[in-house]
Design a protein around this ligand. Structure first.
Ligand SMILES: Nc1ncnc2c1ncn2[C@@H]1O[C@H](COP(=O)(O)OP(=O)(O)O)[C@@H](O)[C@H]1O
Ligand SMILES: [Mg+2]
Length: 223
């Protein structure tokens, strides 16, 4: 779905060089400490910033969408108008489509509300709806749960899981929160010292009431 081949990005005190490939349909995590280059990588994939060397291959005709930690909603527009915006910019506005994604993210009853009156989780749902409205094949998520508290965070993670399972959207999740990667991702790449230091699959340890005893499940996750 996406391949970064010998990508180099140089800032005065930062020289990133990375290679990795994300498969179609997977949820791929990118972890690293603050300042390790996670957002830089995601923005290069989205085309918001340029790279100095290398090549980024994205599957033909793939629509990509970017979701920011800080939501980036327009505060002078209501939820419906915020979510409509990508379609209006592409001259393919459809009220039905906007309402469909608002229902999907659970925000239909807030469609006339302004961002100022929404909770953090609701703002993130509005941002997710705005990203989904143009039917992306690739969703780029930059620290999207970092500023949310535990319960709200779980709801948002469930939503990403549903977006991946139901619509087959490939998702790249950038975060420094390891529990988010553990819960959501199929594979993860670690960035350290301006390079990818490791990439591996994540064993999904889900609590399945039918055949796993709860104590064993908790032990398996925590020990
Ligand atoms: N526009 C810029 N000019 C100079 N340095 C930058 C710029 N953007 C990012 N950097 C540097 O690149 C590094 C990686 O930044 P970033 O990708 O935002 O990290 P992360 O998202 O992992 O916290 C940091 O050291 C940061 O200071
Ligand atoms: Mg960042």
């Amino acid at each position: 779905m996406v391949e970064l081949i010998n990508i180099e990005k140089n800032y005065p005190n930062f020289n990133l060089k990375v290679n990795f490939k994300v498969n179609e349909g997977e949820i791929f995590g990118l972890v690293g400490q603050s300042g390790s280059g996670k957002s830089t990588i995601l923005k290069m994939i989205q085309g918001i910033i340029k790279f100095d060397k290398g090549l980024i291959k994205i599957k033909n005709n793939t629509e990509t969408a970017y979701i920011f930690q800080e939501f980036n909603l327009l505060y002078n527009k209501n939820v419906f108008d915020n979510v409509s915006l990508p379609l209006i910019l592409k001259r393919r506005f459809s009220e039905k489509k906007v309402e469909e994604v608002l229902k999907f993210v659970g925000l239909y009853d807030k469609k006339n509300s302004y961002p100022i009156s929404l909770s953090g989780g609701e703002k993130q749902r509005a941002a997710i709806a705005r990203a989904l409205v143009s039917n992306p094949g690739l969703l780029l998520c930059d620290e999207v749960t970092t500023s949310l508290d535990k319960t709200v965070k779980d709801g948002i993670l469930d939503l990403f899981e549903e977006i991946n399972r139901k619509y087959g959207v490939t998702i790249i999740v950038v975060t420094h929160e390891l529990e988010v990667v553990k819960r959501l991702c199929d594979r993860v790449a670690i960035i350290e010292k301006e390079r990818i230091s490791d990439i591996f699959s994540i064993e999904k340890k889900e609590y399945n009431k039918e055949n796993v005893n709860y104590t064993d499940y908790v032990r398996g996750v925590l020990k």
